[in-house]
Ligand binder design. Sequence first.
Ligand SMILES: Cc1ncc(COP(=O)(O)O)c(C=O)c1O
Length: 358
Amino acid sequence: MLLPSHGANAQQLYQRLNMSMPETVIDYSENVNPLGPPDFVKEQWVSYRDLITKYPHPQGEPFLTAAANYHGVSSEQILIGNGAAEIFATIAIRYQHKKALIIHPTFSEYEATLAPYQTSIKEIIAIGKLPIEEVLSELEKADVIYICRPNNPTGYLIPLEEIIQIANHAKRYNCDLVLDEAFLDFIDEKESFIPYLNNFNNVIVVRSMTKMYAIPGLRLGYAIANKEIINSLRSMLPHWNSNALATTIGAQCFMETKYRQRTVDFAIKAREDFQQFLGELDCRVLPSNTNFLCFQLPNPLQSKIFFEHLLARGYVLRHTENFKGLDGDWFRVGMKKEEQMEQLKKEMTSWFEENSSS
Ligand SMILES: Cc1ncc(COP(=O)(O)O)c(C=O)c1O
């Protein structure tokens, strides 16, 4: 069964399963901020109209300076992308005919973007804690290691000390570390690797604005690394790759301190609440640090019927068929507003009442 390789794609999911899509669906397979974009986006929407009549700034101002100030780095260390997805597609070019190490289960775009460049890939499967000795030993033979922190889909946050250890070891062996912090905003900047970047000429941190600020349709992400890496990545990107709407709105997003805190508090509460619910149903839950979590049914053999039952009723979970190590036996749920989480709980409770003895 070839299901869509990304969440937030309900229509295609129903099509692939040959199921008709109910009129109302709630899509828990997407994992952007359920509170929606900051209020200023709606309030100032009309004022953005004039932006489309001019070419955008080639390096992505005003976002570039705003991002540099937010992270306390030089703007020469930042590259703006049309989403983090474009940054990954560009980074992959560095590793043509080289060797990459990828820790799975993780975001499928690392492998997908490397595929056209004949990069040979070594995979390590680690659903939670890293087998650190194996990782260190494998990266000695690699040109790059990709790590997602916190990880999508598990929500696992590799301890910062371990990431520093990996970055140091990689540096010794001329290996790059590509560190995806797309979901770090849901935790705390204190957890970011960015303050350590100045000691590492081999680390590229990738960030996304689309998750925290709920603007995936606008497309905005960025890489932070040393100047040489940034210049070389920039030379591979098209001119005007970031659009003026995204960079203007994105720059303003950095000022939304209260909104970010509200979101983080919301994500923690929603996650803890849903985790407790799943525990009461005897599901296995992976401890998550972000705005989604992964769980497995007490009897994983029922995964397919459970998934399709919920789909038929308009509840779309993220399948894990294309996440190595999870292989369809787990589900990822993006946190939604309380009412929608309650609806999912109700639906799941009634499914469990009917199916728990089998
Ligand atoms: C872990 C991870 N990194 C990066 C991205 C891409 O983000 P963007 O919307 O900025 O392209 C995603 C999107 O789902 C993601 O899950």
